[in-house]
Design a protein around this ligand. Sequence first.
Ligand code: ATP
Ligand code: MG
Length: 722
Amino acid sequence: MDVSSIIAPLNDAQRLAVSAPEQAMLVLAGAGSGKTRVLVHRIAWHIKINHLSPQHILAVTFTNKAANEMRGRVEALLNISARSMWIGTFHGLAHRLLRQHAKQAKLPDNFQVMDSDDQLRIVKRLLKAMNVDDSKWPPKQVQWFINAQKEEGIRARHMAETGDFYHRQMLAVYKAYEELCDRSGLVDFAELLLRAHELLRDNADLLNFYRQRFQQVHVDEFQDTNTIQYAWLRLLTEGNNNLFVVGDDDQSIYGWRGAKIENIFAFQKHYPQHQVVRLEQNYRSTGHILKAANTLIANNDARMGKELWTEAGEGHAISLYSAFNEQDEAYFVVEKIRQWIKDGGLRSDAAILYRSNAQSRQFEERLMTTGTPYRVYGGLRFFERMEIKNALAYLRLASHHDDDASFERVVNTPTRGIGAKTLDDMRLLARELNLSLWQASERMLAENRLPPRASSALKGFIQLILQLGAETGGLDLHETVKHVVERSGLIELYKKEKQDKGETRVENLEELVNAARLFDYDSQNDENLSELDMFLTHAALEAGDMQAEVDEDCVQLMTLHSAKGLEFKLVFMVGMEEGLFPSQQATDDPGRLQEERRLCYVGITRAMEQLYLTHAESRRLYGKDNYPAPSRFLREIPPETLQEIRMRANISRPVAGSNAGKSSLGQKSGKYRLGQSVRHEKFGEGVVLQTEGDGEQERVQINFRNAGIKWLMLAYAKLDSV
Ligand code: ATP
Ligand code: MG
């Protein structure tokens, strides 16, 4: 292997960044310009040219999937093993640090990571125990408050007990929450980061050790780091000037979760010796796509200013499709994908990107009906499903009795007659005496505080958990999982559930056993942890990717947020509607609107060859009918890059329901009837075909002689009878 394989596949600006002397570096560049490629080659450069051992390299990526890919690419470039390189997400790396130094981090050796669902449960329980009115302090808001503080590095004890009552109450809950987590050895996602920061900050020896170990630190997607993540990077690198970051201010899309674009400015201040490299050539997309992205994002202000160009030709125009409703939209998209496959395209080169997870269902149904394999990323991910979480809770509890979140989850699943009163008493006792729920139940039983029925039910539960622990000692991971799933009574419970749902749940539990069998303990890279604990952590941290083992060629479905960093030949951005994208909350908030626009920029720039934008004229979402206007972002795309696709006549559309049929528009308004001739000021003469909706939402479908069939909102359409 010679140097040229590292340098040859790069342009001049990329080479400059890859081969720069060791110093702080900021590669600031738009989408598809090769930032991630630069990062990979920079790491290879250090190993090959600077003879750095992989263990001296730290790299932070945005997802675990990206981390695995990056490791693979470095290994392929150099033909070596990069196992000893620390590479992962901020959360993954923080977790690894905390495991290795649990004591210094003031955590029990067997601390458990909980996901946001578990966190919410605990918050709810606390509000109840503290008698806090959850209509004034909604659990989700409290959860958000706690996480927001942690992301800024603020502990409850740092906060002044001043301010209004609302604030003081929040603070009190935050405090109680911290106590409870400490007591039960639970660590939420934000806590991972905060504690990893405190660990290094407060332990000079440890910090020194890691500062020497990580001689080069690399960060992808730097624009989406939050305060505490950046503070952690600074601890490791400041003064050494060995921080290499790549990012794009136009792709900052996690502001709502505490990410700070300002970190880019802060970097320039904190690392005065840094160099900036800008990349301007885009290698990903064809001309029309790139032009659309450039023009759209120019509507944002306070940009760092970048223009991208491409050598690729203009390529296909971007297609715009106005669907009748969300089913029609799904029908259209899936037809286009089927055509793509028929023409020899790979399914995995096609992606459907949406703003909100709730949109995926229509596409899934259509893909299923047509027998097209697909995979949904994110959403209700495997490890987040109720039955899986219940099984995991049994597993956790069997090995960590003080895990309150798990205790709460399964103490009465399946129901075993432990009443609400018993549980409330238990929670109260736990809170008063600073005990875990497990300890509180033991005490209640020992002191005979319960009526006989409740007492025997609780005893049964405690016995079961103890037995699970004893029976699985020495078993392989998948045998342990299998045993716990069966003995816990979950399988039986779901078998009794109605039809498909129960069946799917049972299948999922079987899949969990399978996942345990396939679980690659070695790749998790952790010396100090049992296989079961590694598996449980994996489940909490990486909810989505367990099905990644399946190598089938699948259509890719995901939110725009999770598409960051990826690329696909064929991309559909669906639901381009006001109120959905941009989201409702963003429409009256200029800051959020700009973030939505960046998200749109991210979406457009995922496409390599073909991009479809779709919106529906009517959409049922969260149980309500909406008639949204097309997204403003569609208007911000230059018309010369767009081509409109006409509504297809062969799509079966829902005819107005029999009710609507009877009370047709003509009868309701007394103005029009089916078959009646009307005139529209723009479309000319036509005939009323059908109507639907009521009041403001009343719509009428008209066959215009010259303009074809159209649906019009009666409230806006200027129609005259002829
Ligand atoms: P994003 O901002 O979306 O994360 P990025 O800047 O990280 O994009 P990459 O994903 O690294 O961009 O690169 C985009 C595509 O261009 C990839 O397919 C990559 O292999 C290709 N590419 C990058 N640089 C070059 C180059 N010099 N020659 C040929 N192809 C390149
Ligand atoms: Mg990238």
